[in-house]
Ligand binder design. Sequence first.
Ligand code: THU
Length: 138
Amino acid sequence: MKIEVTELIRKALEARNSAYVPYSGYQVGAALLTEDKKIYCGCNVENASYGATNCAERTAFFKAVSEGERKFKAIAIAGGLKGKPITDYAWPCGICRQVMQEFCGPDFQIIVVKSEDDYKVMSLAELLPHGFGGESIT
Ligand code: THU
């Protein structure tokens, strides 16, 4: 698992470089690990109509789901202002947590990253307790 974590972190940091952030300058990269060990990366993609912006985590999820993936183990997320060192952990926003809830179980691992050696791992259950899911409406 340690090797997987390091690789996910590297890929999240790399994906950050593709962030399209002309409005906030806040670059986010994400790397999503499937249960069969494939990795899908994503970055945030902003829009002049701000609400049309897509977060890095959702970019990664939607890429994976649109390729047929449905089972996920972990996601690494790295965010910070362009051209500056990463100073804080990039916690996923509420909408991204809800998208995780749609496709992941309570043990899904969320790795927030400052660097390869400085990160935190938390479960979806910790970041979204009592989440709302499809089982309530089907
Ligand atoms: N952002 C993400 O990519 N992920 C999050 O979980 C929080 C916010 C992006 C959206 C926007 O491009 C920028 O960060 C500032 O909100």
